[in-house]
Write a protein of this length. Sequence first.
Length: 253
Amino acid sequence: MNIAGLPEVAARFVLDFVLPQRCFSCDARVSEQTGLCAECWSRMPFLERPWCQRLGIPFSYDVGDGAWSPQAIASPPVFDRLRAVAFYDGPARQMVHALKFSGRRELARPMARWMARSGNELLSRDSLLVPVPLHWMRLLQRRFNQASDLAKEVARECGGQFEPQVLRRQKRTRRQVGLSAKGRHKNVRSAFKVDGGRANLVQGRHVVLIDDVLTTGSTVSACCKCLLSSGAASVDVLTFAQVDPALRSGNTT
């Protein structure tokens, strides 16, 4: 079907008829504006203010601007601030899995739009957006890096500088799933480095590290240490989802 000559509204109507919009989570038919069906929207564990200034964890009541959560006070993170769209549960978990393991790369754009809104205070045209890298062997197996897809789309939303090659994963680590917090930290120790030819891009810059999900913080902490030791002025972290700290059971991506 050739729709090139149709007005935009008519072309959109034709596309919606031929390729109807589907829920990002359960594949039910939905309107383009929502992305989620009513049931999945009601189960989406969105993170909303008021929240911890450092970790983006919602408070049950407003304790004032700049407040830190008990988790942030007890164990201050390497990065300055973390923001995520939702807790890693329900539809948010399903969307992460669909992007990462089922190759649903078209989800990166709507997921990144939500990330750009949730992380609005972190993002500007001066921000350097860096994805958490995959080891080259895993990249060959998966054929794409979901964090890089998300970072590219977030950069498009905010106008920041997307640099997917700044960080390198120099060691092929075990999968983090199933490892204890101590095991996760050990697994990613010395796993990352800033590319020597791109270190000048980091120096004195505000860096926003992008990933799909934060579980214990081991991976992003290792990446942030590399960026800060290479001269970054500050590093914030923006993910689509994060595991509820109450469910981490002492574990600290």
